[in-house]
Design a binder for this molecule. Structure first.
Ligand code: BTN
Length: 251
């Protein structure tokens, strides 16, 4: 591991926690200041989006990045796109460099997909303690194993190329990549990240179904707007914009 980022983050390593996001929240509530990377080998209560469970099988990567987001509270959701680009880079460099039959893509709002199967997920949470707004970026990357019972296709890096990985190296590359895109975001803003993200989009210009938690709406993917909301063109020709939700079906 090179760990060049270690000067800017406190690294905490656990054999087992309930959830690295929950551990980050406890740290923040306990008055921790500065940036942290919390890495756990095992999670007993891994959390996914929408209150779902993130099944935490052995030998995968489970980590959270805890940042002081006080200077960018309004923009904090943009970091899910920053993080998705970082994970895309990790999977591409470590698992796909010689594998031309695999297609890696980003799916709104923050999934990383390989050949239509989910390989990683990101869960953003925030907690305010006194005057400090902490942002927690939880990352689950299927390195050696993938769950079978999500009702969705999933895959892992090992599934792609039969390799065994050093999780420490994958952690190192993940945080280095995150730092790269985070720095780009700070220097050039979300419009730049948005362009990079759109170049890696899953099923561009195809019909898809999105859900806002209550209704499902079908339309053709147009793009994401300058706030990261997805824009679909409906059959009526109208543009439908959704800022938080889930893409269900792509055809
Ligand atoms: C999703 O539903 O796609 C988001 C999954 C995020 C899972 C990661 S694993 C590390 C961190 N700790 C958690 O409890 N969840 C996130």
């Amino acid at each position: 591991m090179h760990l060049q980022w270690i000067q800017r983050y406190n690294l905490l390593i656990f054999d087992e926690v309930d959830s690295t996001n929950l551990e980050s929240k406890r740290l923040a509530l306990g008055g921790a200041e500065g940036n942290f990377v919390i890495w756990a080998k095992h999670q007993t209560h891994g959390k996914g989006r929408y209150g779902k469970t993130w099944e935490s099988l052995s030998d995968n990567l489970y980590l959270s990045i805890l940042l002081d987001a006080s200077t960018f509270i309004q923009q904090q959701t943009e970091l899910s796109f920053v993080t998705a680009l970082a994970i895309y880079n990790v999977v591409k460099v470590k698992a796909l460099s010689h594998e031309h039959k695999y297609n890696i893509a980003l799916k709104w709002p923050n999934d990383v997909m390989v050949n239509s199967s989910k390989i990683a997920g990101i869960l953003l949470e925030s907690v305010k303690v006194g005057a400090i707004h902490h942002l927690i970026i939880g990352i689950g990357l299927n390195v050696h194993n993938h769950p079978n019972d999500l009702g969705r296709l999933t895959t892992s890096m090992s599934m792609i190329n039969n390799e065994c990985y050093d999780l420490g190296e994958i952690l190192d590359l993940t945080i280095s990549s995150f730092e790269y895109y985070y720095t780009l975001w700070r220097k050039k803003g979300f419009s730049y990240i948005r362009k990079l993200w759109l170049q890696k989009i899953y099923n561009p210009h195809e019909t898809m179904m999105v859900s806002d938690g209550h209704n499902r709406i079908s339309g053709v993917f147009k793009d994401i707007d300058l706030n990261g909301a997805i824009r679909l063109q409906l059959a009526s020709g109208q543009i439908y914009t959704l800022s938080t939700g889930e893409v269900f079906i792509c055809s």
